[in-house]
Design a protein around this ligand. Sequence first.
Ligand SMILES: *[C@@H]1O[C@H](CO)[C@@H](O)[C@H](O)[C@H]1NC(C)=O
Ligand SMILES: *[C@@H]1O[C@H](CO)[C@@H](O)[C@H](O)[C@H]1NC(C)=O
Ligand SMILES: *[C@@H]1O[C@H](CO)[C@@H](O)[C@H](O)[C@H]1NC(C)=O
Ligand SMILES: *[C@@H]1O[C@H](CO)[C@@H](O)[C@H](O)[C@H]1NC(C)=O
Ligand SMILES: *[C@@H]1O[C@H](CO)[C@@H](O)[C@H](O)[C@H]1NC(C)=O
Length: 311
Amino acid sequence: MSKYLVVQFGVFYALLFPGAVGFVPPPTNVSVVCHNFVNILYWNYSKPTEQTKFGIKVEAYESPSQTVDTSQTYLDISSYSRNVDDDYLVFVTAHDGQEKSENVSIRFTYIKDFFDKNKHKCKCSMDFPAVNTSVHKDVIEVFFQHPFMLHKQDLLNDEFTYTITHDEQMISYSCFEDEELCTAEIHFNQSIAVQCVELTLEGMIAGIPSHTYRNVCVPQQTPPETDKTGIIAALVGGGTIVLFIIMGFVWLLCKKLSQIPKIPEFLRNVLPSQSPATQPETNTISRMTSQGHTPLLTEETFNYGSTPSSP
Ligand SMILES: *[C@@H]1O[C@H](CO)[C@@H](O)[C@H](O)[C@H]1NC(C)=O
Ligand SMILES: *[C@@H]1O[C@H](CO)[C@@H](O)[C@H](O)[C@H]1NC(C)=O
Ligand SMILES: *[C@@H]1O[C@H](CO)[C@@H](O)[C@H](O)[C@H]1NC(C)=O
Ligand SMILES: *[C@@H]1O[C@H](CO)[C@@H](O)[C@H](O)[C@H]1NC(C)=O
Ligand SMILES: *[C@@H]1O[C@H](CO)[C@@H](O)[C@H](O)[C@H]1NC(C)=O
């Protein structure tokens, strides 16, 4: 009974004083997308009004906290979270005029050792640099740019350690930013029948992990040769067949041509399509061409000839 009254009183109170604490709903679905040191905060808001604003507070362990206001439902906080080796705690609060909502917080870090599944909902990531490869005999050369060249973050001006795993073998390498390119040589067993080698590259710099995969296909020495001989054989075989067909046609043609004068009258009736069909065609052509020139001339001559005779 008393509980019911309290709830009723609460609802009544809230209706009377809409500006009461807790009436401004807090933002929901707060998330951070943090990739390659571009950190964007997103959230949803169910009841925005014209004067709704969001207060963002970025707290770090090793640097003073910063606050910023926005009326959007996202914010690029990269410039407020520049220390890539820090752990950040971000608070989002909705403001409606003088009233504030409760805050919603989210934590993010790039550092592997700081990451705690219970505290961090978002996993930040850095891409492994784009890897290029070249194959020489039984060596795969792997090369890529140092991460500092790509991201220009002071903390990445450090040793980049990485491992390359292939065929269950893991080899460690390291590279400094003053080297033009990070390079590694992978020796593989050429006697193995597989033509492709899958490389797994895992890197670590300033406590930030990154990884990538690369499938390198090795052009084998023997198969292309057999392919070529196959093509050559096919070409030679096809060529001889075509040659035989042409020779056969030529032989038939010669045989027919040599027979034409010898064909007696009764055989021409058996093969009527050859000579009677071509003769009318040539007749029509000669008529057509003669019609183009001669009728004008003949008409003129007729006119000249007819003028004296008409009266
Ligand atoms: C959170 O986001 C999901 C998907 O983006 C959406 O369906 C849901 O309604 C959101 N929740 C709130 C409370 O805004
Ligand atoms: C809601 O929140 C989610 C996750 O934070 C975000 O991806 C989505 O864009 C938001 N929706 C709106 C309408 O802002
Ligand atoms: C967030 O809310 C908690 C408790 O509601 C409060 O102790 C804390 O000071 C608030 N933080 C900020 C930055 O508003
Ligand atoms: C890798 O190859 C691509 C395309 O050939 C080229 O644009 C890029 O500069 C190369 N990267 C390195 C680190 O050599
Ligand atoms: C290469 O493979 C062959 C056959 O699988 C094996 O006998 C040989 O020891 C391997 N060589 C190396 C260097 O792994």
